[in-house]
Structures are given as structure tokens and as C-alpha cells.
Design a protein around this ligand. Sequence first.
Ligand SMILES: CC(C)(COP(=O)(O)OP(=O)(O)OC[C@H]1O[C@@H](n2cnc3c(N)ncnc32)[C@H](O)[C@@H]1OP(=O)(O)O)[C@@H](O)C(=O)NCCC(=O)NCCS
Length: 137
Amino acid sequence: MDIKLDYSLTSEEFSELVAAVEWKEYTKEQVQKALDNSMYLVKATADGKLAGMGRVVGDYSIVCMLSDVCVKPEFQGKGIGLEIIKELKKLIENGVKEGEKMQVELTPTAGKEGFYAKAGYKYNPDKITGMYLWIKK
Ligand SMILES: CC(C)(COP(=O)(O)OP(=O)(O)OC[C@H]1O[C@@H](n2cnc3c(N)ncnc32)[C@H](O)[C@@H]1OP(=O)(O)O)[C@@H](O)C(=O)NCCC(=O)NCCS
């Protein structure tokens, strides 16, 4: 399977992926605004077919969060989700300058902690309910 990542996610593709994983849907205008205001967007295709996405929202300085990470059910379990969150991490790292640090947060759906842990995200349920990662340079 030929898996490719790029940054060209459209509102139609966002809505198609959201529907595929049965998440709440939004108006086209809302989705476009969300994409326009995202720090980073990643789209994955598998053999040319739309397979998954992820995005990062935040202040470009101190804090950001992973959002809308999903892979269509027929493409799950093939390493695509991990590629998406690793690429998002790389994009965040590229934006952090020497001497700076940025906190990346995410709220995993129950049972998905192990997936995010594969990309280095920390889970400390005694202290914090979400997951996080500090990017420091
Ligand atoms: C969660 C999701 C994005 C994972 O994507 P995926 O492409 O199926 O995952 P991958 O194949 O890249 O898995 C990467 C690794 O994480 C592991 N993993 C995947 N889901 C996991 C889970 N729930 N718990 C623990 N490990 C998990 C895989 O076993 C794999 O491990 P390996 O590298 O040792 O083989 C996908 O299942 C999905 O879209 N689910 C529905 C939407 C959703 O819940 N999104 C997350 C919102 S927080």
C-alpha cells in the first residue's frame, strides 16, 4: 500500500473523514474556518484514496493541541495514524526556536492512550486527565 502525506486537506475531505468515523459533522463554512485557522494540517492517502487526517490548533508560541486525528475504518491498523501524528509532531518541532519550549496537549478518546504514547505523548492519569508532550529546544 502506497501511503502518502501532504498538507492539502479540503473541507470536503475533512467532512468525508469525520463521517467515516461517525463523529459530529459541521457546516461547510465552519469546517473551512477551522481549517483556515489551524496551525498545521496533515492528510494521508493510501494508493491515492483519502485515508486519514490530523491537525494542530494553537497560539504558535506556548501551547497547541492535536485535534481530529482519524483514519477511515478500512485503512486502520496499517500504521497511517502513527505516520500522521509523527508528521504533526515534526511540524510543531520545526516551529519551535532554540531556547523555546511549547506544550502539546490532546484529549484521547478512551482506550486510545497507547496509540498516542507510540509518538511520545505522556499519560499520567493520577495527575492529569489528558495527554501532553513538551517540545523543547
Ligand atoms: C486512533 C486511530 C487514529 C489510529 O490510527 P491507525 O492508523 O489505525 O493506527 P496505526 O495503525 O498507525 O497504529 C499505530 C500503532 O498504535 C497502536 N495502536 C493503535 N490503536 C491503539 C490503541 N487504541 N491502543 C493502543 N495502541 C494502539 C497500533 O497497535 C500500532 O502499534 P505498532 O506500531 O506497534 O504496530 C484510528 O484507529 C481511528 O481513526 N480511530 C477512530 C477515530 C479516533 O478515535 N481517533 C482518535 C481520537 S483521540
